[in-house]
Design a protein around this ligand. Structure first.
Ligand SMILES: C[S@@+](CC[C@H](N)C(=O)[O-])C[C@H]1O[C@@H](n2cnc3c(N)ncnc32)[C@H](O)[C@@H]1O
Length: 272
């Protein structure tokens, strides 16, 4: 007997609950893990839609008809939204529990399952020059090898195409996974110590690359790319929460960078 649409939705919701309980409760010990799971059940609307809309507005992109690769597809929200925009979406994701959900969401939205592969950013299973747009959102801080991942994303991107990287800025006094304030410009071990003092697990932190803009710019400098950063945007986004974060706001205004990096790399041809 084939599964009904409602049964499929219920199965996806059940797997999403397990997946995000593991992440928000066990890995990160966030107090509001329950609310976060509920919000994740509708992650296409709560997360992916506003993020993709910002990319469209910033770069004047229409994804319809574009070949897009999602690197670190997670539980599939970005894939679904970009598919609904009319893109030909492909994805890679190394974690099998996430892939299980991605496949079910592919079924739910009539996206061929073969478009998704269990793979890592360091070794993308696609030929050179395959995609108009490579979308990498909150993934670079989790890969094993940052430089190899950037090189692979550029390799599979068409000349003239874009690689979009959103990742934290670890010079900033905030850790976005654990949602804690941290000492600015400090190394990972100090944030780990801070977590230990407050009785929280540091296992997940040890897997995070503390990437910074100068570190990434040093990589981009040696590649044939035009680097576009959307620095000013966070100031507008933060306007309503300025009062709640006066120190972070002061820091951002003083040092000229925010807690996240939004980077577009346009792959240039031989003429540069
Ligand atoms: C914070 S999640 C982001 C998922 C998705 N982009 C989103 O915003 O919902 C990070 C994802 O990167 C994946 N990941 C970890 N290491 C990776 C690697 N080496 N290559 C590609 N993806 C990786 C994780 O399994 C996880 O699904």
């Amino acid at each position: 007997m084939t599964e009904t649409t409602q049964e499929l939705r219920a199965r996806i919701d059940g797997l999403m609950r397990q997946y995000y309980e593991n992440y928000y409760r066990k890995d990160l010990s966030l107090r509001d893990w329950r609310e976060r799971i509920e919000s994740r059940l509708n992650e296409e609307q709560t997360f992916a839609e506003p993020n993709i809309r910002r990319v469209e507005n910033w770069m004047g992109i229409d994804f319809a008809g574009q070949r897009v690769l999602i690197v670190g597809a997670g539980t599939g929200a970005e894939s679904v939204v970009l598919h609904q925009r009319g893109a030909e979406v492909h994805g890679i994701e190394p974690y099998n529990k996430a892939m299980e959900i991605v496949y079910l969401k592919a079924d739910q939205h009539n996206i061929p399952r073969e478009r998704f592969q269990q793979a890592v950013a360091e070794k993308i299973p696609h030929p050179d020059e395959s995609f108009d747009f490579v979308y990498c959102y909150t993934v670079l801080e989790h890969v094993q090898d940052v430089t190899a991942s950037i090189d692979e994303m550029l390799r599979v991107c068409k000349t003239g195409g874009l690689v979009y990287i959103q990742t934290p800025e670890y010079r900033f006094p905030y850790e976005g996974h654990y949602k804690i304030k941290r000492v600015p410009f400090s190394p990972r071990w100090l944030t780990g110590l801070q977590l230990m003092v407050s009785g929280r697990s540091t296992a997940f932190l040890r897997t995070v690359n503390f990437v910074t803009a100068p570190q990434l710019n040093r990589i981009f400098l040696d590649r044939n790319v035009l680097t576009i950063r959307t620095e000013p945007d966070w100031l507008r986004i933060w306007e309503p929460v300025r009062k709640q974060n006066p120190l972070q706001y002061w820091f951002a205004k003083t040092f000229g960078f925010g807690r996240e990096q939004y980077i577009f790399l346009r792959k240039l041809g031989p003429a540069g």
